[in-house]
Design a protein around this ligand. Structure first.
Ligand code: EPZ
Length: 423
């Protein structure tokens, strides 16, 4: 398995090109199942998760053509099921459930199962689809869904942890072909939800209210192919913003979706980063240790849980005590103990991390556990004194395009080495 070796202490300077958003590209590719005509999606990032979605769609009889950052998805006659061996690789495989049910009136997908950061149930996806008339039973680890007819409905979709991005998008992809009007109340308002809604509108769907917590969908009989551009990745941009700040450098983030990054930028500004947003780029610089913060992760437009680990790495070097409370996932502090091995002073009390800022971190051998925890360890390594080796970086490759190349391009001393598979 590959490792990253980082020699820390180099302030980053220069420009980073932000890629398309993983969490939009995956549902956009799945939404192409809703029509028998070809769909062309541009600005699709080159990620392992995107390859896995392409593999799943191919398995369903869909033709996929990849040309640079463009993907052409042509689902003439999709068939088959999303089997366990693919779904276990990527939970977001559940995004084929909605479109297959909407278009074919039936679908069979393996239950995704949990992951490192939490149980990750899909009960809200199922509840929403049942409200639209689907009969769903779960047995043998598979979700079997069928619907003689799909009828618009009023659906309260919010869960105990707030709105669900996945359930909102999946239910939207069924409702677009249901008879009549659907109102999703308690919908997620994340920019990726808006990006999928905009794509569905280009395909001929009638959707309004996306970006708020109430989305109205008027069903249509058929959808047609479309060309569409995937939105840039606000979490990738936020990760590089922290890279600029934690190394006390200055980065220009090209193609950053600044308009959707207020919730990411706010805590960085409060901690003392200098950030200038103009058009489609963001300039981030910082010359000192961050001021401590008290932060709560929350659904959009709150501070995103996908930036929590990266912020923790930076606040480990803060001038005082910070608190980060993780309200979305039940086990998303996996990076904390690895950061402690680098000299961070972090204690976990329930779903709150208490971070006593220290004036330096020391390089160490650390292990990635999930996508954003891995990013946090890389960020800490960029700032730490000495050498940091991050293992199990297959987690990173799922969600960051050419991370070490982009970092090396702005002055980081970082390289990827292949290591013999661990026992
Ligand atoms: C999406 O996951 C993202 N993944 C996650 O990003 C992100 O952290 C999350 O949204 C929250 O923003 C993709 O888009 C592929 P949710 P999703 O449904 O849709 C609970 C990353 O690092 N819930 O919004 O699965 C759930 O357990 C990944 O890029 C239910 O209880 O998240 C969680 O506590 C990690 N029942 C909360 O809701 C359900 O049916 C929010 O989950 C669905 C979710």
């Amino acid at each position: 398995m590959d490792k990253l070796i980082i020699s820390g202490g180099h302030p980053l300077h220069g420009e980073v090109m932000i890629s398309g958003a993983k969490n939009a590209a995956l549902p956009l590719m799945a939404a192409s199942l809703l029509t028998s005509e070809p769909c062309t999606i541009s600005n699709v990032p080159n990620l392992v998760d995107v390859e896995t979605m392409a593999e799943l769609l191919t398995h369903l009889g869909v033709s996929i053509e990849r040309d640079g950052d463009q993907v052409i998805v042509h689902a003439k006659k999709p068939a088959g099921e999303a089997s366990y061996d693919i779904v276990r690789k990527m939970r977001a495989s559940y995004y084929v459930l909605g479109p297959l049910l909407g278009r074919l009136r039936e679908a069979r997908i393996s239950l995704p199962g949990g992951c490192a950061i939490g149980a990750r149930p899909i009960d809200l996806h199922i509840k929403g689809m049942e409200k639209l008339g689907a009969e769903i039973n779960v047995e043998g680890g598979y979700v079997n869904a069928k619907a003689a007819r799909l009828k618009g409905a009023e659906i309260f979709l919010e869960g105990t942890k707030g709105p669900s991005v996945g359930a909102t998008i999946n239910v939207m992809m069924v409702a677009v072909l249901a008879k009549g009007t659907t109102r999703i109340i308690g919908a997620a308002a994340e920019p990726e939800v808006c990006n999928v809604a905009a794509f569905l509108r280009k395909m001929g769907a009638s959707i309004s209210g996306d970006g708020t917590h109430e989305i109205t969908i008027r069903g249509v009989d058929k959808l047609h192919g479309a060309e569409f551009k995937c939105t840039p990745d606000r979490i990738e941009a936020g990760t590089y913003a922290v890279a600029a700040a934690i190394t006390r450098g200055r980065l220009i983030l090209r193609n950053a979706p600044s308009a959707h990054m207020g919730n990411v930028i706010q805590p960085l500004l409060e901690a003392g980063a200098e950030i200038e947003a103009s058009g489609n780029h963001l300039t981030v610089s910082m010359m000192r240790r961050p001021t401590p913060l008290v932060v709560n992760t929350a659904p959009y437009p709150g501070f995103p849980t996908d930036m929590q680990a990266q912020l923790m790495a930076w606040l480990s070097l803060g001038k005082g005590t910070s608190l980060i409370t993780e309200n979305i996932f039940e086990n998303r502090f996996m990076q904390a103990m690895e950061l402690v091995r680098m000299g961070a002073q972090i204690t976990i009390k329930g779903n709150t991390a208490v971070i006593e800022g220290t004036d330096h971190l020391s390089g160490a051998e650390v292990m990635a556990s999930d996508l954003r925890a891995s990013a946090a360890l890389v960020l800490a390594g960029l700032a730490a004194k000495g050498k940091t080796t991050v293992s199990r970086i297959y987690h990173l490759d799922r969600g960051y395009e050419r991370l070490e190349n982009k970092l090396a391009g702005v002055g980081a001393e970082i390289k990827r080495v292949s290591a013999p598979d661990e026992e």
